[in-house]
Design a protein. Structure first.
Length: 281
């Protein structure tokens, strides 16, 4: 029998930032798997950041074949529990597999043990919220670029590129960090003529790193205006998810080693924000 482990695009509690980030790095696709048996196993999705309520999404796998047997569990009535500060909380269902506890407001250092029954098995997961990036600094708050369009008359090869913006932070423990850069203008002016092709996105990102410095080169900025630079402190499972080229609910079980009897991602993250102005010279 053939079936697919297929999951919707990863949801994000980080509003526009992670909705972009996870959409672009982890847009999940259906991946056909060959097997003789389908096991109804839940998919967990949760990204925990300070200031938000505790939330988690629980979904089912979607098989290619119609001839599979699902468990009798109601995805909206699983009564998942989370243990936090030595107390247990039963999460409130919101529909479509989403659960919340609005009495738990996340902060750095919080740790969580999630558990629920599914298909006659106990599903468990553990994570914590990492610390906010420390001693974050940037080498420049503005960058001047030349507009390249039909009115430009000089050779592009003769344009002197400004120094990159260098973002640095403390990282004595060699933790993982990731940077997202987004132009926040309503209608940003392009740096160069894009021709008839599709204009590039107004956001880009760097791969996860366990160093303490990252460079943002001038050629990476496609538009003039104000950019928001978000430095995320992420956990190893998130970095592993990012680096997977084929992200599906099946191989999501690999990075999320804290999840038992389930697939997905259950992780914490923290962030700090900087700004840089790209100015037309």
């Amino acid at each position: 029998m053939s079936f697919a482990f297929c999951k919707n695009k990863l949801n994000s509690p980080l509003l526009f930032i992670l909705s972009f980030l996870l959409g672009s790095i982890g847009s999940t696709s259906c991946k056909k798997q060959e097997t003789s048996e389908f096991t109804d196993t839940p998919i967990i999705e949760s990204y925990l950041q300070p200031g938000n309520y505790f939330t988690v999404n629980i979904r089912r796998q979607i098989p290619f074949s119609d001839n599979v047997k699902y468990s009798s569990d109601d995805i909206n009535n699983l009564a998942p529990e989370v243990r936090y500060n030595n107390l247990s909380y039963t999460l409130t269902p919101l529909g479509e597999g989403k659960y919340i506890d609005s009495t738990i407001i996340l902060s750095a250092g919080n740790s969580f043990d999630l558990s629920f029954q599914f298909n006659s098995k106990k599903v468990t997961a553990y994570t914590y919220v990492p610390s906010k990036p420390a001693s974050v600094s940037q080498s420049a708050t503005e960058m001047h670029l030349t507009k390249i369009d039909s009115t430009f008359t000089g050779p592009q090869s003769g344009i002197t590129q400004p120094d990159p913006v260098i973002i640095s932070w403390d990282n004595p423990e060699k933790s993982y960090y990731l940077i997202v850069i987004e132009n926040i203008e309503t209608n940003p002016e392009p740096v160069r003529d894009f021709g008839t092709g599709t204009p590039p996105a107004n956001r880009f990102r760097k791969s996860p790193t366990n160093f303490s410095v990252e460079e943002i080169n001038s050629r990476e900025f496609q538009y003039f205006g104000t950019y928001r630079i978000i430095l995320f402190h992420v956990l190893p499972d998130y970095a592993a998810l990012y680096n997977q080229s084929n992200t599906s609910s099946q191989n999501l079980s690999n990075p999320s080693t804290s999840i038992v009897n389930g697939y997905g991602i259950f992780t914490g993250l923290n962030s700090d924000t900087l700004y840089v102005e790209i100015i037309r010279q």
